[in-house]
Structure formats: C-alpha cells, structure tokens
Design a binder for this molecule. Structure first.
Ligand SMILES: *Cc1c(COP(=O)(O)O)cnc(C)c1O
Length: 393
C-alpha cells in the first residue's frame, strides 16, 4: 500500500489542488519547486542547523514512569512541548520561511487557531526580518490572549476573522482571500497538513523530523526502533503526520489519531471529523469534512482551539479510509482530566490539544508490556486559564 502522495498530488482518493484561478500560478510554482528546494543540500543544512540551535532539537523522548505504572505498559512522550515557542508548529514554520526566502517572497501570511502557529510564524518572520500578517478567529483571539500578545511583541499584525464560528476555519478563509489579492510578493505559511497540494505533503515532510528522531531515540533506549503504538491528537493533523511519517511503512506499528469530540460526538458540539464527516473539498483539497446534506461546512467545536477544525488533512483521510491508522475521539472533559493527570504524575502540563491523545490511554488495554509513544505536541501554558476555570484553581 502506498501512503504517500502521487504525482498528481493525491493520497489515494484525497488531496489535489482545488484553488481559485488567481492562485494557480503561485501554487503551480510551489508544486514544481518544493522538492528540489527542500532537498537541496544547502537548504537541508540550514534547516537542520536552525532546528538544532534555534528550536532546540532533537526534542527528548521521555520515559514517563508514573504514567507507565498507572496504565501497566511502557509509555514514552516525544517532547515537542520543549521546542522554542512550545509546540511542534515551529518545525514547519522554520522550513517554510527558508522556502519563502528562496522563492523571493517578502511578505508572509498565516492563519492560526490556538495561536501556536501564529506565534511560530511571527517568530521565524522576526528571525528573518520578513513582514508578518496573522489571521485569527475573533473567538480564538479572546481565548488565547497570551499568544496574541506574543505575536504582537514580535512585530506581527494580527487580523481578526469575524465570519462563521470566528475560529480556525474562518481565519483560514481570510488568509486564502489575502493570498488571492497578493499572489506575487506573498507566501502563505499554512500551519497544518491541509490546503492544496503541495502543502499537505510539504508540511508532513518538515514535521517528519519528529518520527525520524523518535526511531533513533527508541533504538538507543530499547534496542528496537519500532514501538507497538504511536498516538497523536489531530486537528488538521500535522503533529500526527510528523510522528506517523517514518512508521507508515512499518505495518506492525499501530497508529492512533485522536480527534476532539467536544461535548460528545453526536452532541452537535464536536470536531470529530472522521465520525461526522463525508468526502468534500475544503481549503483547496479533497478530504473528509463535516458538512450538511447540501455541502455547507458544519461549524466545529472543541474546548481546544487547535483541534477546532471541521476537516483533516488529505493524507489522514487516506490513512483512515485504507485503515492504516485508527481514528478515535475524546471529549472536552476526558481531555481536561487527562491533562491534570499528566501534570500530577509527570510534572508536565500538556496543551489541551495534546491532552486528548493522553486521554485515549484510558480506553486502551494492553496484552503484556507494550511500547507506546505519544506525541506531546505542546505545552499547556497557553491553556492555564481553561484549566483554572475547569478545576477552580
Ligand atoms: C496546533 C496544535 C495542534 C493541532 O494541529 P495539528 O496540525 O493537528 O498537529 C495540536 N497540538 C498543539 C499543541 C497545537 O498547537
């Protein structure tokens, strides 16, 4: 089975580039050049140097002993929370800013949900001295205020998206609109494995450093480079693709992607895309998305701004359809409880997005001692207010 993109930009039935005509030259230019640019030795050298000296990679693979004891299995946490700016998002923005420089772009735009991608984009724009505009839903601007301040500190302009549910999907629409109006000088740094080809494949390649390191680190620690299970939360799906990537062809490794069920999968307040979605086109690619009978996108909901998205990347849609990865969902309450448990047992406060992945441990049963790797996609500093309100801290 082929889990990777084909020459037409598809993963099985999903993917492609469904874009307005105005963007065609931009996307086409990117499609033709991205592989040559990113695998050019000088690019790779610069990319890995920045990942090391600026981001702080490799991120540790941490044996979580007390979580392991609680669940009766061996649990490792891949510590993307320790990256500069606190999540995995920076791996992709470092890659894309180097790409934008090589394409001769002077102006950078981005969309953001939790604000992590906006912060990661503002960060690399400051690093390289490029103009930065971030689109963010009005609702998210309120619930992620510290991240808005961070972006502004670094000189980025944050523009509120005021349509629809005023969250990530709407911010993405605004960013697309901007790009259509400024196709020549602007590069759009998409923050997940979504969007028109080549974005899903390109972002997955930048994030694949996560599983590349995980394999090496597991080998060093256990002598075996493949775990039994790999778990990650899924919004658009970039941290999950990053930690799945180099395990895709190791068919014995069970891949589990955890979506946000919000207040319950069938409550009407959910972002559990594979449960509620159907095939459709959103933000430039064919994938699975939450939509009404007549194809209107259903407003998603999750307590975590980073998972509050009505679709998943096309590669995930493919992995779901061919059963290479299992897609499950976790509610707001289950996630928040798992976040608290991780804090108490390991001294690590995870992002609420990440806490969805941790919560799935409650639903797993292990025959004997298995090796489980969880992508700890980000730290919970940005979510302290949500935790405080929930637990009355
Ligand atoms: C953005 C974000 C996510 C969700 O995005 P993916 O593209 O699905 O990885 C998950 N965790 C954290 C900490 C995030 O910031």
């Amino acid at each position: 089975m082929n889990y990777h993109v084909n020459e037409k930009g598809y993963f099985g039935d999903f993917g492609g580039a469904y874009t307005p005509e105005m963007l065609y030259p931009n996307i086409e230019n990117l499609r033709k050049q991205y592989l040559d640019i990113i695998y050019e030795p000088k690019f790779q050298e610069e990319f890995h140097q920045l990942l090391k000296d600026y981001v702080g990679r490799p991120s540790p693979l941490f044996l979580a002993e007390r979580l392991s004891a609680k669940y009766g299995t061996t649990i490792y946490l891949k510590r993307e929370d320790l990256n500069h700016t606190g999540a995995h998002k920076i791996n992709n923005t470092v890659g894309q800013i180097l790409l934008a420089s090589r394409l001769g772009k002077k102006r950078i735009i981005a969309e953001t949900g939790a604000g992590q991608h906006g912060v990661a984009t503002a960060t690399v724009c400051a690093l390289k001295g490029l103009e930065c505009i971030v689109y963010m839903g009005e609702v998210d601007i309120k619930r992620q205020a510290p991240n808005v301040a961070r972006m502004k500190m670094m000189g980025a302009k944050v523009i509120p998206a005021t349509s629809g549910s005023k969250t990530l999907k709407d911010a993405t629409n605004e960013a697309m609109r901007d790009w259509i109006n400024n196709p020549v000088d602007t590069h759009y740094i998409i923050g997940s494995v979504v969007g028109p080809h080549p974005y899903p494949d390109m972002v997955a390649r930048f994030q694949s450093v996560i599983s590349e390191e995980t394999k090496k680190q597991l080998k060093e620690k256990t002598g075996i480079e493949t775990p039994d299970y790999v778990l990650a939360c899924v919004g658009g799906g970039s941290n999950a693709m990053g930690i799945f990537y180099h395990f895709l062809d190791d068919e014995d490794v069970k891949l589990i992607a955890i979506e946000a069920a919000g207040k319950g999968v069938y409550s009407g307040k959910s972002a559990a895309t594979t449960f509620l979605g159907k095939e459709g086109v959103l933000h430039g690619s064919k994938s699975i998305l939450m939509q009404t009978e007549d194809g209107q996108v259903i407003e998603p909901y999750s307590i975590s701004a980073g998972l509050d998205y009505p679709g998943i990347g096309p590669q995930h849609a493919h992995l779901f359809k061919v059963n290479r990865a299992k897609y499950v969902s976790i509610t707001d309450d289950e996630a928040i409880q798992a976040g608290k448990l991780c804090a108490e047992l390991e001294g690590i406060i995870p992002a609420i997005e990440t806490a969805h992945a941790l919560a799935y441990l409650e639903e797993m049963t292990f025959a004997g001692n298995k090796t489980v790797v969880i992508c700890l996609s980000g730290r919970g500093d940005k979510d302290l207010n949500t935790y405080m309100n929930y637990f009355d801290l």
